[in-house]
Design a protein around this ligand. Structure first.
Ligand code: FAD
Ligand code: NAI
Length: 467
């Protein structure tokens, strides 16, 4: 067998790549990870999950203090003011701590960080920063970047027309912000700036926000966000954007065609999806092609069409989520090491970290029906959950979808301040093939928001207690 510099070389140190590299090293493989960014952790840690959650947390605290929401609990905070630069510093600290943590884990596990952009020069050969590196197995974990919108030019430095990276560091709170795309990024980062004082209008191409989620949950979320002050222009597409001075003039028209209207605003966030990163990767050198959506296809084991080259995370098909990338990172390393690494792609939870949070696992009602299931549905509102009532935190519900024939849980959708944490319980139950009865007869601690899951499962049986 030929001699290689490494057993495994991972390209990209996001949640997919860094996890794959650490697991490969744990399994005794000599491992390197190439990353072109200054810091490890990829989109998620640097400009994605972590900084957005830092701002979501801080802006929520600000809104609670500023809007007097704490008054009813006997806490008077009149005159709360915003120190945006301190809020941004705190976000930067969170990012620094976590990206530095990955560097520490690389050292601890003896993963070599090859600094620079990597591109294939042959099946087992990659060039990083002018140096040729060889590896027996190579994992592509190059992630994704913002999908551009023709006619709307992003300039994150100017801070008027921005993508998610720019929206994480606006120098001041805009008076009026338009979010193009009512998906996850638009609603999360739109929430941040709305809480800090901006008027936020969401322009969405489709007739409803949050595509891919359960229809009833989408409608309920829409109502809650409207109550919070979000404005919507649904069924509308943006056709162009001109920046004049410190304003952006957006042109838009009904998605189905019709008259153009313009809107002059202080900030525009383009959040219409993300695309796989395959540019300048030298895929042609190894005979790899991308599919119609620009992604690299892989098999069940995460192997590409070329033996010894693997793919995981946002660059391959499936939801573009950090936890999906991480699980694929573990599985691919185990497969390379000759073990059996599997990811159950039917059970990848999705969470929108707004307030309340919106989370889902498994099938939507619509998908279950399309797949021919006769469904039984149980719902329980947080309005009837004792802990949520006590905390004055009653927006939302739990919806459990079960197969009417077998009672097996097919999906669960939750709107709650704690939805992202609560969904883990149902995900695990579904991994074990739980029926709604299993959940209904599991003892849940009182008083907790989790009891709403038990009650929704009891409602599938037609016997909830508290409603
Ligand atoms: P990435 O994290 O994109 O990492 C890929 C890395 O590869 C990058 O660092 C890149 O610099 C590097 N790279 C690319 N090409 C090369 C090359 N040729 N050579 C060397 N290095 C290269 N997901 C969640 O699950 N929860 C969330 O709360 C969440 N919030 C998000 C918020 C925002 C604003 C955004 C933008 C995304 C969010 N996501 C969230 C999505 C999440 O960030 C991605 O799904 C995740 O980062 C994908 O991981 P990855 O390892 O596949 O790729
Ligand atoms: P998205 O796919 O969630 O939403 C994009 C929205 O834009 C859709 O509703 C779509 O219909 C709409 N759209 C598309 N073209 C449009 C146009 N021309 N005009 C108006 N609307 C248009 O994409 P988003 O929000 O950019 O996020 C990208 C990905 O990042 C997500 O799919 C998700 O995987 C990941 N992410 C995950 C988070 C989480 O897990 N909490 C947080 C943020 C991002």
């Amino acid at each position: 067998m030929a001699d290689f510099d490494y057993d495994v070389l991972v390209i990209g140190a996001g949640p997919g790549g860094y996890v794959a590299a650490i697991r490969a090293a744990q399994l005794g493989l000599k491992t390197a990870c190439a990353e072109s960014r200054e810091t490890l952790g990829g989109t998620c840690l640097n400009v994605g999950c972590i900084p957005s959650k830092a701002l979501l947390h801080a802006s929520h605290l600000y809104e609670e203090a500023k809007e007097g929401h704490l008054k009813k609990f006997g806490i008077n905070l009149e005159g709360a003011t915003l120190d945006l630069s301190q809020m941004m510093s705190e976000k930067a600290e969170a990012v620094k701590g976590l990206t530095g943590g990955i560097e520490f884990l690389f050292k601890k596990n003896k993963v070599d960080w090859l600094k620079g952009h990597a591109s294939f020069t042959g099946t087992n050969t990659v060039e990083v920063n002018g140096k040729t590196v060889t590896a027996k197995d190579i994992v592509i974990a190059t992630g994704s970047s913002v999908m551009p919108l023709p006619g709307v030019e992003v300039d994150n430095d100017k801070g008027i027309v921005v993508d998610s990276t720019g929206a994480l560091k606006l120098p001041k709170v805009p008076e009026h912000m338009v979010v193009i795309g009512g998906g996850v990024i638009g609603l999360e980062l739109g929430s941040v700036w709305r809480r800090l004082g901006a008027k936020v209008t969401v322009v969405e191409y489709l007739d409803q926000i949050l595509p891919g989620m359960d229809e009833e949950i989408r409608k309920e979320a829409n109502k809650i966000f409207k109550k919070q002050g979000f404005e919507y222009k649904l069924g509308t597409k943006v056709t162009g954007c001109e920046v004049k001075g410190d304003k952006a003039i957006l042109s838009m028209e009904p998605a189905k065609g019709g008259e153009t209207e313009t809107m002059t605003v202080d900030a525009v966030l383009v959040s219409i999806g993300r695309k796989a990163n395959t540019d300048k990767l030298g895929l042609d050198k190894v005979g790899l092609e991308v599919n119609q959506r620009g992604q690299i296809e892989v098999d069940h084991d995460f192997q590409t069409a070329v033996e010894g080259i693997w793919g995981i995370g946002d660059v391959v098909p499936g939801p573009m989520l950090a936890h999906k990338a991480e699980d694929e990172g573990i599985a691919v390393a185990e497969n390379i090491a000759g073990e059996v690494g599997i990811v159950n792609h039917d059970l990848i939870p999705s969470v929108v970290y707004t307030y309340p949070e919106i989370a889902g696992i498994g099938l939507t009602t619509e998908q279950a029906k399309e797949q021919g299931y006769d469904v039984k549905i149980g719902k329980f509102p947080f309005m009837a959950n004792s802990r949520a009532k006590t905390n004055r935190d009653t927006d939302g519900l739990v919806k459990v979808i079960a197969d009417a024939k077998t009672d097996r849980v097919l999906g669960c959708w939750i709107i709650s301040s704690l939805a992202g944490t609560l969904i883990a319980q149902v995900t695990q139950a579904m991994e074990f093939g739980a029926t709604s009865e299993d959940i209904a007869y599991t003892c849940h601690a009182h008083p907790t928001h989790a009891e709403a899951i038990k009650e929704a499962a009891m409602a599938v049986q037609g016997k909830p207690i508290h409603i």
